[in-house]
Design a protein around this ligand. Sequence first.
Ligand code: ZN
Length: 318
Amino acid sequence: MNLLDIYKELNTEQKCLTFLEHMRWPEGVTCLSCNSNRVSHIVSKGKTNKKTGKVGPDRHLLQCNECRFQFSATTGTVYHDTHLPLGKWLLAIALITESKKGISANQLSRALGVQYRTAWYLAHRIRKAMVDANQPKLKGIVEVDETYIGGKQRGHRSKLKNKDVVIGVRERGGPLRLVQTPDNKADTVYQVIADNVDKDVQAIMTDESSIYNFKTTQFRNAPHKQIKHKDKIYVQGNVHTNSVESAFSLFKRGVTGAFHKVSLKHLQRYLNEFSFRFNNRKAADLFGMTVRRMALAGNMPYAELVAENAFTPFVRPK
Ligand SMILES: [Zn+2]
């Protein structure tokens, strides 16, 4: 589904609910309480407000024929946010999965007609689902490079003040991993590589920096080819780090173009979102995949997210 389809086909709350139902239970609804597949759709009359006498809208529910449990497609999921119509959730997911470089909370707030804070919270919950779990280790020819986010982009490696180090590891023609690290020391960089690269890798390509040294590691038998960026050499035969660098530059255009300022605290979330979209760019239905993933991920109470990363508009220290 693209954005236009979503506008056209998911234009009522009921249609959204039905769509979510299909995403959550592709093989048919099962009861959340007893697992029975004998479940009916029922319409429950809206509640009457005692003060005003007004009757609320009818509620479309699912009811188990065995244990009589009533639930809906949003029950127990992250979508169970009474303040936000399901349509806005789905639109937000579509906007985030379709924008190559990401979308800022400001843009999202305008597009959905919600408060900035709501958009920010929404985007972070969507981002949390955009993580590839159990990722296999990279094989073949693997390129490794590091980049610095924030502060001034130019400058030497030693000037790391106010910058975040991001290690990029990419299998040539294959997946990408982006990892935020506290520093760019050789041990730190090695740990990222060990976590993400198979020990039987065909070759590792890096630049000439001394932070890349695998002689005493599990990669000692893998050919390690270094390109001399210092001598303005960027490609030598098949020795280059261009494919990881192109991912970096796309991410940075997103950071500076869409997000403007990315909090140090949240950088890894943006990196996850970016690499998820990048690695799944050929997926037939990234939107549906993300909607489904979020439904299965379970609820994320507001208190939990807030405790994890309190809402503080980020101001980078001078
Ligand atoms: Zn039941």
